[in-house]
Design a protein around this ligand. Structure first.
Ligand code: ADP
Ligand code: MG
Length: 462
């Protein structure tokens, strides 16, 4: 494959960082990802520049799966990550974040300040960007009521439960955003704390290690609004549960609002103390169900609109019919389409959508067929199927045809005769000629070798 143009790289990188930003907390993003740059995308390798070598080791150790999955999502193929140390390293960016490089390698040990800094309230997750449908209207209404008058409704705690990717975290963040931007908390030291149960646990362990459990506890007890995401991960963490139990009681007694999410109803949580489960049922427990068809369409339209693109009904229907139970996957499909269309500079059509998305929708057994290879090669070289079947001697058509025939031989069990038939009735000597042509050139023509390698990977990973 050709090297990507700088504009393509720029667009890719922009979207890439957006995905990462959603996945990691603000501080980690600023520290570890902001100072990075994109160098190139070569075949199946994304080359990233880092300002210092320790970035590479940190990223490899902590974030490699994230980097890979984000690039795979955008490029629609398996991607390796390699790092280079950038020559004009901009020290101000790094130094802004943290001055002493050795600090970066260890967890910071400063006491309560630490917990303040790490809250993540993502401004993207608001009530305005949340689409309400049958599946989530009760949760939405309750969340809105709580955000309007935190601590003073009967919904304390408010518990929202439901499966993965259905909008629990979104609603939690929306409550925080709403309270902050509408001045819903009147105390002098109004504090909104939003935390995942995993981070709560990690911080608690760290506070024990660093002898700051009192500060830790005070930090949470002085919250006006405490939102804890994914409570089910407290399972079997007895000391953490005990700490949370006391914090919960202190807040509840003082009329402070608590909002919790979990993946199942409180009564079905495993490995949680009964007294906690009991308290979770003091307020309002409400669920979020998978969205119905109309809601899925509405969500897709809203997200596309936010990205400034118009999607045909046929396209939103195609996606909504195929992704039924997870809103994050709906978004993922849309992001892939947008990335594909901007990298190729083509408008999104139904045809493109089916080509880009069909493989993720139906997990078909991975038998590679001749038709599949033809489509792949045509797509890759932007040719039509007719061209590749034709007798055209135009150089780029002929090369693409040779490559397709070569791959059909390599990747399927078809006989030369069958392959010939699939390519407009060519006889077997013509087929052999194509295969030989590719084999002869393969050694000396590095761009041809690259094309073959990329196409082979694509075919195998489909
Ligand atoms: P959960 O926490 O339940 O696993 P999230 O809140 O992370 O799910 O939601 C996954 C993605 O789907 C997020 O990007 C979120 O913005 C989006 N999403 C979920 N529900 C809705 C909705 N009703 N309207 C718009 N976007 C939604
Ligand atoms: Mg979540």
């Amino acid at each position: 494959m050709e090297q990507s143009s700088s504009l393509e790289l720029h667009i890719f990188w922009d979207r890439f960082l957006k995905i990462i930003e959603e996945r990691v907390n603000h501080q980690s993003f600023n520290t570890w990802f902001k100072p990075l740059g994109i160098v190139d995308i070569q075949d199946d390798t994304l080359v990233i520049s880092v300002p210092q070598s320790y970035y590479q080791s940190w990223l490899e150790e902590h974030y490699l799966p994230l980097l890979k999955s984000a690039s795979q999502r955008l490029l629609d193929r398996k991607v390796n990550i390699s790092f280079v140390i950038s020559e004009q390293h901009d020290s101000t960016v790094v130094d802004d974040a943290i001055t002493n490089p050795s600090d970066l390698m260890q967890p910071p040990v400063d006491s309560s300040q630490l917990f303040f800094e790490q809250q993540v309230i993502n401004p993207r997750f608001t009530f305005d960007s949340f689409v309400v449908g049958n599946s989530n209207q009760f949760a939405h209404a309750a969340a809105k009521a709580v955000a309007e008058s935190p601590g003073t409704t009967a919904f304390n705690p408010l518990v929202i439960y439901g499966g993965v990717g259905l909008g629990k975290t979104h609603i939690l963040q929306a409550i925080a955003n709403y309270c902050l931007s509408n001045g819903k908390l009147h105390h002098d030291r109004s504090r909104v704390i939003i935390v995942s149960s995993e981070k709560f646990t990690m911080d608690f362990i760290m506070s024990i290690q660093n002898n700051v459990t009192t500060q830790y506890s005070n930090y949470y007890r002085t919250a006006d609004l405490l939102l804890v995401d994914d409570i089910q991960f407290f399972n079997n963490k007895e000391r953490t549960q005990e700490e949370f139990f006391h914090i919960f009681n202190a807040l509840h007694q003082n009329g402070r609002q608590i909002v919790l999410t979990m993946d199942r109803p409180p009564s079905q949580l495993k490995g949680l103390a009964d007294r906690l489960i009991n308290r979770f049922q003091w307020g309002l427990v409400t669920d979020i169900q998978p969205p119905d068809f109309e809601t899925r369409i509405a969500i897709l339209k809203k997200k596309a609109e936010a990205d400034g693109v118009y999607l045909d009904n046929a396209i939103t229907e195609y996606i909504a019919e195929n992704i039924t139970s997870n809103i994050r996957e709906l978004e993922g499909a849309l992001i892939r389409l947008l990335a594909y269309s901007s990298l190729r500079g083509q408008d999104i059509t139904l045809d493109m959508s089916t080509r880009v998305l069909s493989d993720t929708f139906t997990k078909k057994p991975s038998i590679i067929t001749i038709e599949f290879i033809q489509n792949l090669v045509c797509d890759y070289f932007s040719l039509s199927n007719n061209q590749i079947m034709s007798n055209s001697r135009r150089k780029e058509v002929a090369i693409a045809r040779h490559i397709a025939i070569y791959l059909a031989k390599k990747l399927t069990d078809s006989s030369l005769k069958t392959i010939g038939l699939h390519f407009g009735g060519r006889d077997h000597s013509t087929v052999i000629h194509s295969i030989r042509t590719v084999e002869n050139k393969y050694m000396n023509d590095s761009s041809l070798a690259k094309h073959i390698q990329v196409l082979t990977n694509k075919a195998k990973s489909s």
